[in-house]
Design a binder for this molecule. Structure first.
Ligand SMILES: NC(=O)c1ccc[n+]([C@@H]2O[C@H](COP(=O)([O-])OP(=O)(O)OC[C@H]3O[C@@H](n4cnc5c(N)ncnc54)[C@H](OP(=O)(O)O)[C@@H]3O)[C@@H](O)[C@H]2O)c1
Length: 352
């Protein structure tokens, strides 16, 4: 017995119309997406305003000056006659960057130097700060720019999670140790290079350091970037009256070396996103250069900038109790680095 043959349903007039409508809608959707991408890309890549300032006689430190936004920040500061110390973990790389800056500006005698400082080693941060203080130079602006996101949980030799130590604790120690130079040069500024990722961050006072079993790279990055904003505001509350203020900022989405360690499969996506939406390094550096130099922000702290203009940050930043407790916890974590070796020994002797 033959089984009955299945006759495919014939498209009705209604289903034909439906298909035509769906196709038309799809075309419109493509147009809308293309327009959004175009507008978004144009918005992200628009040229930011930056007014040159003569910085002759002004002294700056820029951390993470061997790449990306930090490198371009130094280039502009040097063009504007500033004296700059580039604080880098890789002196060879930093020296090549300085050579490139000298060539691009056409001056071999720029007052710019490369000094070693690795934020993932608190002893290196202390050596750098001691050297700077001992040099007796003024310090008008400290730009805490270096930063990373570690895709794996890595513990530093100081026993802290790497992203937390690099993005927050190392800079906290650096600023603390350089405070005498900042105070002596007041009015002075500390610039914290944060990120819009801070909007997704939290500050858990009992777990400032992430632990191995709960480690999530992007959340940790977001938390540390929130720490940058909270820290800037708390520093301003504590030091504004004596002439040191701090602001924080989002440089934008910038095509730098930042995501270099993404897994290989994600690199093409990153490259596509960068070519569509990212600012170049020159544009990416502008917001921090503005925050560091604009005469209008002399003595003004506690501001979060984006695209060279103030912007309202995460509302957690308003919690002054949280900020004060966060400051105290950070201080506790670096306290042992503030003790001079001789004082340390005298404590041990006294305890014996
Ligand atoms: N790019 C973006 O889209 C974006 C967006 C928001 C915020 N930001 C922030 O902007 C800042 C600069 O990032 P970038 O985009 O210019 O990235 P980048 O090109 O990767 O530069 C980061 C700099 O930090 C340095 N650094 C990393 N770990 C360090 C350590 N342990 N000690 C000393 N220096 C260290 C790097 O040194 P090496 O050259 O030796 O690697 C490099 O000079 C970061 O704070 C980042 O969070 C960037």
């Amino acid at each position: 017995m033959c089984s009955p043959r299945r006759i495919p349903p014939q498209p009705t007039e209604q289903s034909k119309n439906h298909k035509i409508k769906s196709f038309a809608m799809f075309k419109w959707l493509l147009v809308v997406v293309a327009v959004l991408l175009g507008v978004g890309s144009k918005y992200a890549k628009r040229k930011l305003p930056l007014v040159p300032v003569d910085l002759d006689g002004k002294h700056f430190i820029v951390t993470g000056a061997s790449a990306g936004i930090g490198k371009e920040t130094v280039r502009t500061l040097a063009e504007w006659n500033a004296s700059v110390v580039m604080a880098v973990r890789n002196v060879k790389k930093g020296t090549a960057v300085l050579e490139d800056i000298r060539l691009s500006i056409g001056r071999q005698d720029l007052p710019v130097e490369v000094w070693e400082m690795d934020l993932s080693k608190l002893s290196s941060v202390k050596d750098f700060a001691d050297r700077y203080r001992d040099s007796g130079r003024p310090l008008h602006v400290l730009i805490n720019n270096a930063g990373l996101v570690s895709w794996e949980y890595i513990l530093t030799e100081d026993g802290h999670e790497l992203t937390y130590q690099t993005n927050h604790l190392g800079h906290f120690l650096l600023t603390k140790l350089l405070m005498p130079s900042l105070l002596a040069s007041a009015p002075s500024r500390v610039i914290q290079v944060s990120s819009d990722a801070h909007f997704m961050g939290k500050i858990d006072l009992d777990h400032l350091d992430s632990s191995n079993d709960t480690y999530n790279s992007m959340s940790t990055y977001a938390h540390t970037k929130l720490m940058n904003v909270v820290y800037a505001n708390e520093l301003t509350r504590r030091f504004k009256d004596v002439g040191v203020v701090s602001t924080s900022l989002h440089p934008g989405f910038v095509a730098t070396e930042f995501l270099r360690d993404l897994p290989e499969w994600a690199q093409p996506i990153k490259n596509a996103m960068c070519s569509l939406f990212a600012r170049n390094e020159v544009e990416g550096a502008k917001t921090q250069i503005m925050a560091a130099t604009a005469p209008a922000y002399e003595g003004v702290g506690g501001v979060y900038f984006d695209a060279c203009a103030p912007r309202v940050p995460n509302k957690l930043v308003l919690d002054e109790h949280l900020a004060a407790a966060f400051w105290d916890k950070s201080e506790e974590a670096i306290q042992h680095m503030l003790v001079e070796p001789s004082e340390d020994m005298s404590t041990e002797v006294a305890e014996e």
